[in-house]
Ligand binder design. Sequence first.
Ligand code: CAA
Ligand code: NAD
Length: 294
Amino acid sequence: LKKLFRAHAKQARPVKQAAVLGAGIMGGGISYTSALRGVPVRMKDIQPTQLELGSKEALKQLARQVKAGRLTQDKANAVMASITPQLDFAGFNEVDVVIEAIVENISIKRRVLAEVEEVTNKDAVIASNTSSLRIDDMAQALRRPQNFVGMHFFNPVPVMSLVEVIKGSATSEEVVSTAVGYAVAMGKTPIVVKDCPGFLVNRILTAYVRAFMELVAEGVDYLLIDHVMEEFGWPMGPAYLEDVVGMDTGSHVSDVISAGYPERMPPLARDALRLMVEHERYGQKNGIGFYRYE
Ligand code: CAA
Ligand code: NAD
């Protein structure tokens, strides 16, 4: 890996300032992690309450670092001051990288990415944290697809080390290297993967979640499945995992994979994730999913 990083480092563009679109589960975590590692971030959302949520989460994480003796209070204050919550595109013309972390919907992403391209400089890298959508499908909306790349972080961002870097057919090598370099600067382990629905990890994870939904449709209690998977040695079972991910996101990912691999993973007749979304049980993000949260 070190060899790979060195090769990328030669052509990576410097990342001194970044912006993140979306202050939700992922955008909040990416903003915090970037700031903690020394790259200031403009954290943009369209909802003030989400900006508050993203800032509150960063404060909570920083307080934990101070308590554990890993950061001084002064340093924590400086990190917090380097996250700028905002509702507009102010300062986007000065950032080196923008990471989009909004809803997993191709038409919304296309529209918003095209807007971002209008307000950033011509060398800025635009990255999407999409879980499953093809980079080439989103790149169609852009005038500079060579600057567009996938940077797929995992949840919870501060803890999970993997980042999938996805090269679209038009993405330049320099832009791939910049994404790799920025991920390394954030303390992550990037891997460069092929541009296909679900990339590498979510092709595997979706097969697992689909098997879970099939078992539930056969009448197996999801509490039992979670319990069994924990006894098996995994940190959490699939129902709890979907609560962490967010049912809306999980359901979008499952749909993208079904559309992408219709023969191997056709739509499920009884789709537990869709049912949960229909009942507004989104998981931890709104306090109720397969489980309830205070
Ligand atoms: N945010 C920030 N830090 C967190 C955290 C969170 N949500 N949860 C735990 N941590 C930190 C703890 O504070 C602790 O840090 P320190 O060691 O610095 O004190 C450390 O992580 C370990 O914490 P715990 O011992 O309490 O937690 P754990 O043993 O449960 O491990 C975990 C935490 C590694 C996140 C574990 O729960 C895990 O592996 N979860 C599965 C997560 C997973 O599978 N994510 C993938 C989701 S799918 C996805 O992201 C892709 C997609 O496109 C949908
Ligand atoms: P989320 O619902 O927690 O947050 C999305 C945020 O985007 C919300 O705060 C929303 O207000 C904001 N938003 C919507 N439109 C916007 C716009 N035009 N400009 C700025 N902000 C806007 O969602 P999330 O779980 O953080 O997922 C975001 C992306 O990350 C999705 O593409 C998802 O597939 C991907 N992802 C999610 C996970 C996960 O486990 N949740 C893991 C990896 C990748």
